[in-house]
Design a protein around this ligand. Structure first.
Ligand code: FAD
Ligand code: DHB
Length: 395
């Protein structure tokens, strides 16, 4: 039977980043990924990085292209009743955010993994986790028709919301918290210079819209859509017409009907599974929690889980201490719930909810208060740029 120190299930940003941090520490890992490398490298997802996430990527040694190509944004805008209101992140917190796509981070991490020589198995089928409660867990899988089994010290469940890791924890141990929202986001990527300099999150009578970007020549835009909507039912022209109706007159006049490179629909969900540990299995990223995308927290939260897991494993191997491992789940959950709160709040304030006249008044009141109160803006800004990491062994 093969052996590794940490078996990592999933080659999304969480699994790849953990692999890179552990490699730099001299800890052996094996990454098992269900999809092909091409598929993993072509998924279009998040786009906004907190400064703390950039620090973690730097620590992993994968930030040079990010620093060269990432765009620093010192503010974001909220569109409401045809006006745009700027939240000055830099003035309010001393920090900005970096616009750099998850697709690019994934490429940087995959390249670093290949250069390190550390092993990854793509298109690994039937991944199954065994003996999690003891000190010698195992992972089995099939690759190109051949069955394999790997012995390890720990398993990192970085396999996203639909992965096998969370499902391997007995239901009697896991407590699940969930809210499903009655709408989704239809996203479109197009090669056209963005007329907006900063992201615009728009609450309009017709529903939410987000104007984002990936580079000085590429936009990423979203509109709130129905859960029954299908991508095939939205032509590019229909998307842009709807986006223009929601984003405000000035930007509507300045964005053309650029052909889409990619178009997809994502449902919106809040979800947390507690605890993030079962014996020698540790969950990180979307395997343990989902946030609705409105606060741009999904990828950032995956990065902070991974930093904490890396620190816990490092202290186990360096100091033979289990303390970091014991602290992992409570340490993560504090930051996870704060990001859940912020993402729920942003989602609640900016979307159109069906048949909720009282809720609409609350949105109007909340947004007016936000635009008038520096304290409210500060609260939004400190969450948007990311709350601080918990120190290990902290209170
Ligand atoms: P993932 O990126 O999901 O990676 C998990 C990996 O595990 C995948 O490669 C998967 O193929 C693999 N896997 C799954 N099951 C198995 C198995 N059984 N065996 C082996 N491997 C397995 N966040 C934002 O902030 N803004 C956005 O706009 C945004 N858009 C999103 C759109 C979509 C469609 C989705 C799904 C998520 C989006 N997110 C967004 C969230 C953000 O992309 C995630 O939080 C982030 O990808 C989490 O990284 P992860 O590595 O934990 O999980
Ligand atoms: C993007 C996605 C988000 O969910 C968000 O809040 C900001 C930007 C994006 O894909 O660019």
């Amino acid at each position: 039977m093969k052996r590794t120190q940490v078996a990592i299930v999933g080659a999304g940003p969480a699994g790849l980043l953990l692999g890179q941090l552990l490699h730099k520490e001299g800890i052996d890992t094996l990454i098992l990924e269900r999809r092909s490398a091409e598929y993993v490298g072509s998924r279009i997802r998040a786009g906004v990085l907190e400064p703390g996430t950039v620090d973690v990527l730097e620590r992993a040694g994968v930030a040079s292209r990010l620093h060269a190509e990432g765009l620093i944004h010192d503010g974001v805008e909220i569109g409401f009743r045809g006006q745009r209101h700027r939240i000055d992140l830099k003035a309010l917190t001393g920090k900005g955010v970096t616009v750099y796509g998850q697709t690019e981070i994934t490429h940087d991490l995959m390249n670093a993994r290949a250069a390190s020589g550390a092993p990854s198995v793509y298109e690994a089928e039937d991944v199954a986790l065994h003996e999690l409660a003891g000190t010698s867990p195992r992972v089995s899988y099939r690759h190109q028709g051949v069955a394999h089994e790997v012995a390890c010290d720990f398993i990192a469940g970085c396999d996203g919301f639909h992965g096998v890791s969370r499902r391997s924890i007995p239901a009697s141990v896991l407590k699940v918290f969930e809210r499903v929202y009655p709408f989704g986001w239809l996203g479109l990527l197009a090669d056209v210079p963005p007329p907006w300099h900063e992201l615009i999150y728009a609450n309009s009578e017709r529903g939410f819209a987000l104007a984002s970007l990936r580079s000085p020549t590429r936009v990423r835009c979203y509109v709130q859509c129905s859960l029954e909507d299908r991508v095939e039912n939205w032509s590019d022209e229909q998307f842009w017409d709807e986006f223009r109706r929601r984003i405000g007159d000035e930007m509507a006049a300045r964005i053309s009907n650029a052909p889409s490179i990619e178009k997809s629909i994502a449902p919106l969900r809040s979800f947390v599974a507690e605890p993030l540990r079962f014996g020698r299995l540790f969950l990180a990223g979307d395997a343990a929690h989902i946030v609705p995308p409105t606060g741009a927290k999904g990828l950032n939260l995956a990065a902070s889980d991974v930093l904490y897991l890396y620190e816990s494993l490092r202290s186990f191997y360096r100091e033979k201490s289990e303390r970091g491992l014991d602290e992992y789940s409570p340490r993560c959950l504090k930051r996870i719930w704060r990001a859940e709160r912020f993402s729920w709040w942003m989602t609640s304030q900016l979307h159109r909810f069906p048949d909720d006249a009282f809720g609409r008044r609350m949105q109007e009141t909340e947004l007016e208060y936000l635009f008038e109160s520096r304290a409210a803006q500060q609260s939004m800004a400190e969450n948007y740029v990311g709350l601080p990491f918990e120190p290990m062994g902290g209170s």
